[in-house]
Design a protein. Structure first.
Length: 308
């Protein structure tokens, strides 16, 4: 792994990196992880952000802005916790040393993400995170786990595409939006998202490379893997994901309107000021990014037909 891809200042943003870079498991083993990540992404940021960045007073004050971030990060902490546990099956089933080492590093990455999201919720003044999102976890994350864990336990390549395409590939663009929208309001939170995004580039690109190489060597698995991807994406359409995210975006909007003076003319994407956006617009943009990323990764691994 090239050091600049894990460096805080030179790594690309999540969308650009995940859709345009090519990394293999051999590029991202334990030695390269130890050389690049602790000395790059995590250097001086063991809690996910510069320790000089403290939680602003307006983020600790009870209200919709605090609630929006707490619910978002509590949900993502639980999701990362579940991912770390499930990924251990891919470590056990990995057919090569390179894939075993890569997924060992991803387990550590996801466990760290769960920790930093959880700790930031506590820094906002909450005592724990479970009760904040219990209903959302039951409605969204538990069904996803019921679908994905058996696959990851029993089918290595199925598990690879499950985590890289169906799960992380669908959720990553929401993380990109989070980094952008929280930057003027909670810089520490934005740094947490930036660091997690640098890791996710590695996870998504290497997972896609593993799947591409497997399908080139085993074309007889193409139909099975494509069917799995379609089943997984069909599951997303049955879950109340849109409603869960929309509730958070409505809370964010209420807080944004109260603190518009802190945001000023900051642009959440080129040509669009954050204060002028709506919950529907932000959510539609994240969903468009998700579609573009999924189609890009599926085309790369040779399963463009699975996007439909």
């Amino acid at each position: 792994m090239r050091a600049e891809l894990a460096d805080w200042d030179t790594a690309p943003n999540l969308l650009d990196g995940a859709m345009n870079l090519e990394l293999t498991a051999e590029d991202c083993g334990i030695r390269s992880w130890l050389a690049a990540v602790p000395q790059g992404t995590l250097r001086g940021r063991l809690d996910g952000h510069d320790p000089a960045l403290t939680v602003p007073a307006h983020m600790r004050a009870p209200g919709p802005l605090r609630d929006a971030l707490a619910r978002e990060y509590a949900f993502r902490s639980v999701a990362e916790d579940k991912a770390a546990r499930a990924l251990a099956y891919l470590v056990a089933a990995a057919p090569t040393v390179a894939t075993m080492e890569f997924y060992a590093t991803q387990v550590l990455d996801e466990a760290r993400h769960a920790m930093v999201f959880r700790n930031h919720v506590l820094a906002l003044g909450f005592d724990e995170i479970t009760a904040l999102v219990a209903d959302d976890v039951a409605a969204v994350l538990d069904p996803l786990a019921e679908f994905s864990v058996p696959v990851m336990r029993e089918d290595f390549i199925g598990g690879v595409v499950t985590i890289a395409i169906i799960l992380e590939g669908a959720l990553a663009p929401t993380a990109e939006l989070a980094e952008r929208k929280w930057r003027p309001l909670d810089p520490a939170a934005a740094e947490i998202d930036r660091g997690a995004g640098i890791d996710e580039i590695r996870h998504l690109t290497v997972g896609a490379a593993i799947a591409k190489r497997h399908l080139e060597a085993h074309p007889e698995d193409r139909d099975r893997v494509a069917s799995l991807i379609r089943d997984g994406m069909r599951l997303w359409t049955t879950l109340p994901v849109h409603e869960v995210v929309h509730r958070r975006e409505v809370l964010f909007q209420q807080g944004l309107e109260r603190h518009a003076d802190l945001v000023g003319d900051y642009e959440v994407w080129p040509g669009r000021c954050l204060v002028d956006t709506t919950p529907e617009e932000r959510q539609a943009m994240a969903e468009e990014w998700s579609r573009e990323m999924r189609e890009s990764r599926l085309a790369y691994i040779g399963l463009a037909e699975a996007a439909s």
